[in-house]
Design a protein around this ligand. Structure first.
Ligand SMILES: [Zn+2]
Length: 1022
């Protein structure tokens, strides 16, 4: 249904009395109606044509508001039509990033109220921008205003002077930062934000002028620029071939898809870094991210519990104030389906908008409604869950409506304008809160604590430590370094936790599965000079604390569906120490501020042409192997000593490289290298710069993207192939030594089958109409999977000496199709583990996969997956070693049954004594198995368990663990020899969101030792 002209006239008339009333009211007092109530300025002409189109493209009159049912006219400033050829939100038009930027720059050129800034580039080199809009007066004093905001952002600069802060809060203009289209198939925001920028710059109504005069609106219209351009490609392809099915957006950004909104902890992606820098540099108060997956407008920041435990409670009140005001005002305007609360929990700080929450601002997120990346107007039928009336959704969305891109743009703009107006009205309060939160973040060191975290200079993994510190720098956390050795009290725990207890590991003391720290006093500990100290008396202490601390999600939490990972403790994930210090004397330790890049100490000491590097699991060791391709690298299969230093098993002995070249590489990569005249006498094997392929499916590339970004950052080369390429290549071994098959969703069958082959081919390929697609991975048809030929090719690859690395669902794939024998995989049902960190134990430290890996390694578990192993074909054994079972009969459970009427049984007829088999072990080989051992796996082909999960009492490191008896002690990493090659199975995901640096080494070791994985193996006797 289209709106009639009469309706637009009605809304126009309705606006007039409001604005007349406004003129009679004092603007600076509370709630002058025209300032608080939207409505156009009748004196300002409207753009008749544009307005007519707004009404035409909006499918129901109640999907309009008095904020967007007209467009003010300007003689000098162009409307979005100038680049779109139609209005914002017009059917069947999605602009590319360059069109959006072109428009924003035209606004900048035409209006003194608009300025466009470059804020960085994407991984594929596309520009990211931010557009500032405010009154001329405000724009003229941007720098002065920013200097004032900076004083509120860092109260140390005004000596925590509350009176001074109050003076600034009364006069400064806050910055409200809006970001669009981080999720590429949520496609409405760019046009909504183009029009929003125009309205803010041009509209003379009191409501909009109030916003423009009192705050700076900052807009990044497109966050995921690479994905946006591809989404437009796909949509255009669909418009060109309307009768064909079209492919999903297989790639959004270069590396990850939806997970680009889970990167605000590790800051691995450019988009996160660029937004974080913009947010912090502008001293913004709000970061408001626009999504669209829920009808019609869900303000989800209020969400449900549990709330993040490290943010200031002042913030959670602000969420409610702004969010419920939003619902209130849009309800007043008659727009249905606007609500808050809902199912989203605010526990994880990984969401992009949470950058604000962890940096003393206000995070906000809208879910509006869209048509899945299409600009078509579509009939939409909603589920009962979406349309039911609940206490928090009194005016729910309608079960069946026609939905247009324009509707989406109306909701987004109305919601944002209502929020901006509320923020402008209450700016003094919010600026005061901004100051209070910043101040309380500084006081935190001495109030709730901790006072600091210490990253000791004698950590065994200084490379991983440097990686962690780099993330702290990206988060704009201040880091200092002790200029001399110092002693402070560290907590003494009743429990184990290597890092918590200051590097001491004692797994016997823990009695339950709780991650809650059990402090049983404090002990003095001396830390060497050069130890890093992250003090909590700084404005951004909260993000540091949130990342370095432990998380505990109670199994009986009322929230039964965690929205994302429940645990992330970065020092655990990085296998490095960061010791939580509550002793405030740490704040008096003499320190130097750390500025500039952080690299672990490295370089060559000593003389000689043999170079020794201790194995400590650091990732730079693998980078070095590839950088010095021509050099001879050997790995010691046993520990050894040289020059008074102990070297762990797996340490490198390198020859054939000039000392100066080694020195440059070692300094650059942060590796300590000892030169010596003679190599130690120890058994060695070569360490190869193996030829690696990383294989993806065409169904999902999301999770493997985290693997690619890790390899790229560490300069570990690989070829990127799809399952389709594996299906066509009968001699994969000629090209590759190792094929990584990271997790990617889908079951074993769907990896082989691919997508359904009915209807038409779906290309993912660069073409004239899809110029942004297929630049690094393409196919004529995304539907075919690995296929039976690919299945055979992969098996041949392994049997010929290749190594296949399979993880989570691809491990299940390898097991299902019989690549491995004697292994089964279990995934618990229900929420036993939801993105938690779990503790593992080393089972076989002689395996090259474990070189440099310290016991009690923390691993990331997505859903509590684990293996079990056995000696026969097919299955691993079930479960753990429980008590002996006996049949029903006489006596107590431990008694021996007695058969009536038969002489008592002699000892020689009894079973041999029962051997306890641990849950990570294969069961015993019995005489029956040996008689005709068709099903018995030969000892050298049996699964070799490298890593197992810890005992249940200390299994949980961080996050949720509900029970876990069926996970505890079971294998996590298993090396399965298959003829000349190996399949290495991971139940954990060792490369995840840039936050599991500590487990990367398990994969890199597999790569470098691919042809010697059997080293150090002790075979079963029979
Ligand atoms: Zn989204």
């Amino acid at each position: 249904m289209r709106l009639s002209a009469a309706i637009s006239l009605l809304s126009l008339l309705a606006a007039i009395p409001l604005s007349l009333k406004a003129q009679a009211t004092n603007r600076s007092s509370l709630a002058a109606p025209s300032v608080d109530r939207p409505g156009r300025d009748p004196k300002q002409p409207i753009d008749e044509q544009y307005t007519k189109k707004i009404l035409e493209y909006t499918t129901e009159k109640f999907f309009l508001s008095p904020l967007v049912d007209y467009l003010p006219a300007s003689r000098t400033v162009p409307t979005p039509k100038v680049v779109l050829g139609d209005i914002a939100g017009a059917p069947n038009k999605l602009p590319y990033s360059k069109e959006v930027y072109d428009y924003m720059r035209r606004l900048d050129a035409a209006s003194p109220r608009v300025r466009v800034y470059t804020i960085g580039q994407t991984e594929e080199g596309r520009e990211m921008i931010a557009v500032a809009v405010a009154s001329e007066a405000l724009m003229n004093r941007l720098d002065e205003n920013k200097a004032n905001l900076a004083k509120l952002a860092d109260p140390r600069t005004i000596n925590m002077n509350d009176a001074e802060a109050a003076r600034i809060a009364a006069t400064a203009a806050p910055v409200y930062y809006i970001t669009g289209t981080i999720h590429s198939p949520e496609a409405g925001a760019p046009t909504a934000l183009m029009e929003l920028a125009y309205r803010l710059a041009v509209d003379e109504s009191p409501y909009i002028k109030h916003i423009r005069d009192n705050l700076i609106t900052l807009i990044t219209p497109i966050i995921e620029v690479d994905g946006r351009d591809r989404q437009v490609d796909i949509f255009n392809w669909h418009m060109q071939y309307p009768d064909r099915t079209w492919p999903n957006l297989v790639y959004w950004g270069k590396y990850v898809a939806h997970d680009n909104n889970r990167d605000a902890m590790g800051v691995t992606l450019k988009l996160t870094e660029n937004v974080l820098n913009t947010y912090v540099d502008w001293k913004a108060q709000v970061l408001h991210d626009l999504h669209e997956s829920v009808p019609y407008l869900y303000d989800n920041t209020i969400g449900d519990g549990p709330y993040n435990a490290w943010v200031d409670p002042l913030l959670t009140n602000e969420w409610h104030m702004i969010g419920w005001n939003n619902v209130q005002e849009m309800t007043r305007l008659g727009m249905p389906g606007v609500f808050a609360f809902g199912a989203f929990d605010t526990w994880s700080p990984g969401y992009l908008m949470f950058i604000a929450a962890t940096h003393n601002g206000i995070s906000r997120l809208y879910e509006t409604f869209g048509n899945g990346g299409s600009a078509e107007t579509l009939e939409r039928t909603l589920s009962e869950a979406q349309t039911s009336r609940t206490w928090f959704r009194q005016n729910p969305p309608l079960p069946r409506v026609k939905w247009s891109l324009r509707n989406n743009n109306n909701y987004e703009q109305t919601g944002v304008l209502v929020s901006l107006n509320y923020f402008a009205t209450n700016k003094r309060l919010f600026l005061q809160n901004f100051y209070e939160k910043s101040k309380r973040s500084i006081l935190k060191a001495k109030t709730e604590g901790p006072a600091a975290y210490i990253l000791p200079a004698d950590d065994r993994r200084l490379g991983a430590q440097a990686e962690l510190l780099k993330i702290m720098q990206k988060q704009r956390v201040e880091i200092s370094r002790a200029t001399a050795a110092f002693t402070v009290l560290v907590p003494r725990r009743g429990g184990p936790a290597g890092n918590r207890a200051g590097g001491q590991t004692d797994t016997t003391a823990r009695r339950d599965t709780s991650a809650a720290p059990r402090v049983t006093g404090a002990v003095s500990r001396e830390f060497p000079a050069g130890s890093y100290i992250i003090r909590m008396d700084q404005p951004y202490s909260r993000i540091a604390d949130a990342l370095l601390d432990y998380q505990y999600w109670a199994p009986n939490d009322p929230q039964t569906n965690p929205y994302d990972d429940t645990g992330w403790t970065f020092p655990e994930g990085f296998a490095t120490q960061a010791i939580r210090i509550t002793d405030t004397t740490v704040l008096k330790v003499p320190v130097q501020a750390v500025t500039g890049p952080i690299v672990a100490p490295g370089g060559v000491t000593g003389t000689g042409d043999v170079f020794l590097i201790n194995a400590n699991g650091d990732n730079a060791l693998t980078t070095l192997r590839y950088r010095l391709r021509q050099a001879d690298f050997q790995a010691a299969e046993e520990p050894f000593e040289s020059g008074g230093q102990r070297y762990a098993r797996g340490s490198f002995i390198i020859r054939g490289v000039a000392s100066n070249i080694m020195d440059v590489a070692a300094k650059d990569l942060g590796l300590k290298v000892a030169a010596t005249g003679s190599a130690p006498t120890v058994k060695t094997h070569p360490v190869r710069a193996a030829r690696v392929a990383l294989m993806h499916t065409w169904a999902s590339t999301q999770t493997e993207g985290w693997w690619r970004i890790a390899l790229d950052n560490l300069q570990i080369p690989y070829e990127y192939i799809s399952t389709q390429e594996a299906s066509r290549d009968a001699n994969l071994r000629a090209k590759y030594d190792v094929i990584l098959f990271p997790p990617g969703g889908g079951n074993a069958q769907s990896i082989v089958q691919g997508l359904p082959m009915w209807r038409n081919p779906m290309p993912w390929k660069q073409s004239e109409e899809t110029p942004n697609i297929g630049t690094y991975a393409q196919t004529d048809d995304i539907r075919p999977g690995l296929g039976w030929s690919g299945l055979a090719n992969l098996e041949t690859f392994v049997k010929q000496g290749g190594v296949l690395v399979a993880v989570e669902n691809t491990a299940q794939f390898a097991i299902t199709f019989g690549y491995t024998q004697g292994v089964t995989m279990t995934t618990p049902t229900g929420n036993v583990v939801v993105g938690s960190l779990l503790r593992s134990r080393l089972v076989d430290d002689a395996s090259p996969i474990a070189y440099g890996i310290k016991d009690s390694l923390t691993v990331y578990s997505s859903g509590g997956e684990s293996f079990s192993v056995g000696v026969t074909r097919g299955g691993g054994r079930a479960g753990g070693g429980g008590p002996a079972q006996r049949a029903t009969g006489r006596g107590t459970p431990d008694d021996v049954d007695v058969v009536q009427g038969r002489p008592a049984m002699e000892e020689r007829f009894a079973l041999p004594p029962r051997v306890t088999v641990q849950p990570w072990q294969t069961g015993p080989v019995t005489d029956d198995m040996l008689r005709n051992p068709t099903q018995l796996i030969p000892p050298e082909q049996r699964p070799r368990v490298i890593l197992r999960f810890s005992e249940q009492r200390d299994l949980l490191v961080s996050g949720l663990l509900n029970g876990g008896g069926n996970i505890a002690q079971r294998p996590v990493v298993v090396d399965v020899p298959v003829e000349r090659g190996h399949v290495v199975l991971f139940a954990n995901n060792p490369l995840w969101r840039g936050s599991t640096i500590g487990t990367y080494g398990l994969v890199f070791n597999t790569i470098m030792h691919f042809d010697n994985l059997g080293a150090g193996r002790k075979l079963d006797e029979k």
